[in-house]
Design a protein around this ligand. Sequence first.
Ligand SMILES: [Zn+2]
Length: 85
Amino acid sequence: MLRIECPCCGPRDHDEFRYGGDASVMRPSHDDPDPEAWYRYVYVRKNPPGPHSEFWQHMTGCRQWLVVERDTRNHSILSVGFART
Ligand SMILES: [Zn+2]
């Protein structure tokens, strides 16, 4: 089981959170007409071994969106921060 250290609520089990996807993917501008750019944004992921940035939302707590850096080889949490800038 993953334990995520929420900056607002402290350490919590991962089942209190909702996975929000890859945090390293950049959304194309809303007026980008290239269907290939939208295809890559929606469907194409790298799934690398090692550190990976992910969005998680603390659904049963503060409801904040977080960026969690997780090592995909052993599920260790390397860092947690707010997704807002
Ligand atoms: Zn929280």
